[in-house]
Design a protein around this ligand. Sequence first.
Ligand code: 1PZ
Length: 215
Amino acid sequence: AGTEEEEKFSLKEVLDTFKLCLSDSKEIYLEQYVAGWRGLVRLLNSLGSVFGFISSDAVNKINILVAHLKGENGSRYVTVQSMVAYELENDLVDLSKRGSHPESGCRTLLRLHRALRWLELFLERLRTSGEDSKTSTMCSEAYNESLSRHHPWVIRKAAGMAFCMIPGRPAFLEAMNVGPPEQVVAKLGEALPLISEVYQITEDLYSRHSLMDLP
Ligand code: 1PZ
């Protein structure tokens, strides 16, 4: 890790990793999923240090998943589907209250998965927004419709303050490193269906196994 997070963000790269995420049978490769998140963390870091508390939580979760992938049972973590099966079969998940598995792959990925829904809602707003729309409004609307219900009051407050510091639409589109606004909007149009698909597959998997409320 280290310097990796400081490399420049490119939306194209994130799009590519989310593309590589899905196997032919629609399984999600954990390594690519995590790589997609690394890219998003780079974007967040490039927006300013006030988002540090958000990106460090994301990095923390990325690192937990990487440790599982590189651990002795790494072969069971190749896809999100195999991870869920492995951890459930071996009682490696705290299902109803926090216990001896605070860093299970299942609960860790669930946090990122919920944030992916925020991202989907936010980017869709950004894609369809007019020139003088406010990114901070898009951000907080997307948040209120998704992640906020999983966060306690203090985190919601902190997130709300961070949203006020987010760059305006032109600077935000610029930070995507794609080119002029029309091209960013086109790239977003390509990226969003992929992000939605990855989100939906995870959502179905988690709800099938009643994992939506992991502590
Ligand atoms: C440009 C502005 C970006 C706003 C990102 C929107 C999300 C705000 C989330 C605020 C999270 C604050 C820090 C940590 C919270 C954790 O308590 C929770 C639950 O984890 P637990 O405590 O149960 O272990 N963590 C999360 O919900 C994961 C948050 C990851 C957010 C990554 C956003 C990346 C967005 C990049 C794209 C610009």
